[in-house]
Design a protein around this ligand. Structure first.
Ligand code: HEM
Length: 90
């Protein structure tokens, strides 16, 4: 686990879309995950997984496999919590 959690605003999340050398982050259940190291392991493939990059992934995730325990699988990728736009400290 990361030693502390970042406070991530929607506009910061949007930057982290996996393009231009940036890592891919997604938000699920209010938590932010850096899914970059998981990309090669996703059973549904890279392209599908990266559809949730840089955004709230709940809708896409739940459409496909709402039964998958992402928080358990991605515990090492958990990096932050979503906060409102004005609440950024970074
Ligand atoms: C399959 C994890 C995001 C599309 C799977 C499976 C796991 C998984 C464990 C295998 C499920 C099974 O066989 O019962 C994750 C995690 C995600 C994520 C941890 C975290 C972000 C997404 C997203 C999409 C997606 C955003 C699509 C927009 C798929 C598809 C499969 C799949 C299509 C089925 C692959 C197949 O059976 O051929 N995913 N997934 N996943 N995932 Fe994801």
């Amino acid at each position: 686990d990361a030693p502390y959690l970042l406070r991530v605003t929607p506009s910061q999340l949007k930057q982290m879309n996996g393009r231009k050398g940036r890592d891919a982050w997604t938000a699920l259940g209010g938590m932010v995950y850096n899914i970059t190291p998981y990309v090669p392991f996703h059973p549904g493939g890279k392209g599908e997984l990266l559809r949730c990059a840089g955004k709230d992934g709940n809708r896409l995730f739940n459409e496909v496999h709402s039964w998958v325990n992402y928080d358990n699988m991605l515990s090492a990728c958990r990096i932050g919590i979503m906060v409102e736009e004005h609440a950024s400290t970074t």
